[in-house]
Write a protein that binds this ligand. Structure first.
Ligand code: RB5
Length: 149
């Protein structure tokens, strides 16, 4: 399993704790930056992670910004991406169980590094439920097919 990770200056505070969880689980990590707290534009890092996942170069992705929101919106512009923000253990579980999110987004100004690590574990260890949720995800893909050129 390989996971692509990317962040901006608002999310970088979470990155070491998240990468530690991935390493613990022997998951290969590709870190697309940023690497310092200097102000950067989150869409640049969202695009790198989303392209890696969409092109099958990574199995899953994790994106981090101040809230998790901007970077997830940007990642969701890439075909095949379901990036979802989690801010507690319940949402971390549900974004996989019901939404089969292939990118987990979290906010460095919303959650602590400790909670981000626990949420990462929960998302990785939760299975997609399938069934009626597969139909719903297929409907999301149909929207992509209608509007993505
Ligand atoms: C950067 O200041 C901040 O806007 C960004 O990290 C993120 O929270 C956007 O959604």
């Amino acid at each position: 399993m390989k996971i692509a990770i990317g962040c901006d200056h608002g999310g970088i505070v979470l990155k070491p704790a998240v990468i530690e969880v991935l390493k613990e689980k022997n998951i290969e990590v590709e870190d697309f930056g940023c690497y310092t707290e200097e102000s950067v534009d989150y869409p640049d890092f969202a695009l790198k992670v989303a392209e890696a996942v969409s092109q099958g170069k990574a199995d899953l992705g994790i994106v981090l910004c101040g809230t998790g929101i901007g970077i997830s919106i940007a990642a969701n512009k890439v075909k095949g991406i379901r990036a979802a923000v989690a801010h507690d253990m319940f949402t971390a579980e549900m974004v996989k169980r019901h939404n089969n999110a292939n990118i987990l987004a979290m906010g460095g100004r919303v959650v602590s590094p400790e909670l981000a690590a626990q949420m990462t574990r929960k998302w990785l260890e939760t299975e997609f439920e399938g069934g009626r949720h597969t139909n719903r995800i297929n409907k999301i893909s149909a929207i992509e097919d209608k509007y993505f050129k």
